[in-house]
Design a binder for this molecule. Structure first.
Ligand SMILES: [Zn+2]
Length: 446
């Protein structure tokens, strides 16, 4: 579409910084101009006008670690330790999920995400069906995302087939809105040889399909304190210097590695991440809910590591609310370090936008600048909890809620208008999810 978003405060996350009384001009899926409204308005007289007075205009949020299909399991099993939660509750139910279930679950999370201002998601799940899967949900609903297939040592043959199909069919699909990734589950479920094999596989995909964007490598790393012990027990290897040090010795690290969690890191791990350009994704809500611990985010940032933010999946969070995640990320570092100056609001906003884009090696999103993709959100500040207005960044991190998002544009298309999903019927998605849940439970009991 050709549109000019007028009024309000534009937070560009780029060279222009924050512009009061700003405007963003969109043409054919990309941003063509950003500046003062009074200067841009006369230059684009015939463009559709989107009134954003009294609002904040910012790049769509990037949720850099998710398992979007898992919304069907939201609230199914809470308040268990990670191992018991996975092995006794989540995995048995997941084993009964069909491709269609995964599609429906993914749609539900995508709808929730878009309505809450998330335009890009990085999701790790089972790619079980060539047509009914997370990638199709993202494509159908008009979102942007990186879709992986999660790999385990116990099903290598199945993984290889799934990965090949995923990358061939979906990398670059939906006008480039969907990309694929190679997702070893974690260093304790994927043996060292298989980790190396998956590293090589990601390299070969990048050689073959890299013109459509990077094929990243998405993995859970150092989520719990007993991870080195679990790796040692499973594969008889030494992990004494840290999990990242172990992965580095295998040669699997690089700038395309998106490492979710990074809670238990040695000093060596942190310096290795900085040196290799490994990206960290901090999931404060999930880490708190599962009592995993606190990622040394401030130290990672100080070392020069790109740290993005994620919600983690809907059954370990239990929402896709990135506003909540921004607030918790800031508060958690402050309370643990006893220092209210760490992770100030503008930095947290950067983590939820630009750093997310950097983590996914998706160069043309994450900021409002000419040439970037038109992934734009408008947050309504005409709310009692967002008045009076002293500082826009402060409100966005500490006071705004996902439900304050009014308008969402992805790739230049309006997907949410006045708080309403435009691309699909929200009512129908919720109905499908409820039905899929009932069917899933009845299959578990059968
Ligand atoms: Zn996860």
């Amino acid at each position: 579409m050709e549109a000019i978003i007028i009024g309000g405060t534009v937070i560009t996350m780029g060279q222009e910084g924050t512009i009061r009384g700003g405007a963003v001009v969109v043409e054919g899926g990309r941003i063509v101009a950003v500046g003062k409204a009074r200067e841009l308005k006369p230059k684009f007289p015939r463009y559709e006008r989107l009134d954003a007075r009294g609002c904040a205009i910012l790049p769509g949020l990037v949720n850099a670690h998710q398992h979007i299909s898992m919304s069907l399991l939201r609230g199914y099993a809470d308040d268990y330790p990670l191992k018991e939660w996975l092995e006794k509750h989540i995995w048995p139910l997941e084993a009964k999920m069909s491709g269609r279930d995964m599609y429906v679950g993914a749609l539900l999370t995508c709808a929730e995400s878009l309505l809450g201002g998330v335009t890009t998601v990085n999701t790790m799940y089972h790619y079980a069906h060539p047509e009914w899967n997370e990638a199709k949900a993202i494509a159908d609903i008009g979102m942007r995302g990186v879709v992986g297939h999660v790999c385990f040592s116990w099903r290598k043959e199945e993984d290889r087939k799934a990965l090949d199909d995923l990358v061939r069919r979906w990398h670059g699909a939906a006008d480039g809105r969907v990309r694929a990734s190679v997702d070893p589950h974690a260093p304790y479920t994927v043996d060292p040889d298989y980790l190396v094999e998956l590293r090589h596989l990601a390299n070969s995909y990048n050689e073959r399909y890299g013109d459509k964007g990077a094929v990243t490598l998405h993995i859970h790393v150092a989520e719990t304190g007993d991870e080195p012990m679990k790796i040692k027990e499973a594969f008889g290897v030494s992990v004494d210097k840290g999990v990242l040090a172990y992965l580095d010795e295998l040669g699997v690290l690089g700038p395309d590695v998106v490492a979710a969690h990074c809670v238990f890191l040695s000093d060596l791990d942190i310096s290795i991440m900085a040196e290799r350009g490994v990206k960290a994704v901090h999931n404060p809500v999930s880490n708190m809910k599962l009592a995993s611990g606190v990622s040394p985010v401030a130290e990672l940032l100080k070392a020069g590591v790109v740290v993005a933010l994620g919600t983690d999946g809907p059954s370990s969070n239990n929402t896709a609310d990135m506003f909540e995640t921004m607030k918790f990320a800031a508060l958690l570092q402050k309370v643990v370090l006893g220092d209210p100056t760490v992770l100030p609001a503008p930095l947290v906003l950067q983590m939820a936008t630009l750093n997310g884009a950097k983590a996914l090696l998706w160069d043309d999103i994450g900021a409002l600048e000419p040439g970037k993709k038109a992934d734009v959100i408008i947050v309504d500040f005409k709310k009692p909890h967002l008045r009076p207005l002293h500082n826009v960044e402060s409100h966005l991190v500490y006071a705004a809620k996902a439900s304050d998002v009014r308008t969402v544009m992805v790739d230049g298309q309006l997907v949410v208008e006045d708080g309403e999903l435009k691309t699909m019927s929200l009512e129908k998605i919720m109905e499908m999810a409820e039905k899929a849940k009932e069917d899933l439970l009845s299959r578990l009991e059968a």
